[in-house]
Write a protein of this length. Structure first.
Length: 218
């Protein structure tokens, strides 16, 4: 999990470096596509996800999209730099372990959220704010870190998303060194993951502006 701004920094760094790298534009587009945003929620035209659409989302987010691997490699590189956990060392094997750990955690998090959302009948998609202005839109993005819509179009506490964030963080400590506890470091990492979800929602909310700024098309 690491730094609270980790995912945001990775995404923005890739976008900033994209024009100067031979494969940068492709990488930036892959990351940009992972920050999909839907239009403002409209209860009149709203259509809940079908079972097939939910399944496609789960497959795409749990390993069917290159962005999942790019993110895992980036997080592993960051943890390799700060040598976390230190027991794994700054070695090729340590980097592989960190990459595998990050990928497994992402798969677990997405699986928990998507499966629970399907059972609870909540919508895991992010809907942009119908408002305008920096602060109202940012507030909306942060609010939707805790809330989501039901299949009937009502706001409710997003238990599936929160369960995915905390559940994956706690499970990840099980293959970490023994000094890591699911109820201590795992819960702490869950707090960080919720913060990262907020940062990701802010990126999603302002993704149209980012698209124009970086001249990306998706």
């Amino acid at each position: 999990m690491g730094d609270v701004n980790l995912k945001t920094r990775i995404a923005l760094l890739a976008l900033l470096l994209a024009p100067s790298l031979g494969f940068g534009q492709t990488l930036a587009e892959l990351l940009a596509k992972s920050l999909t945003v839907h239009g403002p929620f409209d209860p009149v035209t709203y259509k809940p996800l079908s079972g097939q659409e939910r399944w496609h989302r789960m497959v795409r987010e749990d390993g069917g999209a290159p962005g999942v691997y790019v993110e895992s490699l980036g997080i592993a590189a960051y943890k390799q730099t700060i040598n976390s956990p230190s027991e794994w060392g700054r070695t090729p094997r340590g980097y592989l372990r960190r990459t595998g750990s990050s990928l497994a955690s992402s798969v677990i998090q997405n699986s928990i959220e998507e499966s629970m959302a399907a059972v609870a009948g909540t919508d895991p998609r992010y809907f942009a704010c119908a408002c305008s202005g920096l602060f109202p839109r940012t507030g909306h993005a942060l609010k939707m870190t805790l809330l989501t819509y039901t299949h009937s179009g009502h706001l409710t506490l997003d238990i599936p998303q929160l369960s995915g964030a905390y559940g994956s963080s706690m499970i990840e400590t099980m293959w970490y060194p023994h000094r890591y506890s699911p109820l201590v470091q795992g819960v702490q990492s869950g707090h960080i993951e919720v913060g990262l979800l907020g940062a990701e929602h802010i990126l999603q909310e302002f993704s149209p502006e980012l698209k124009r700024f970086f001249h990306l098309h998706w």
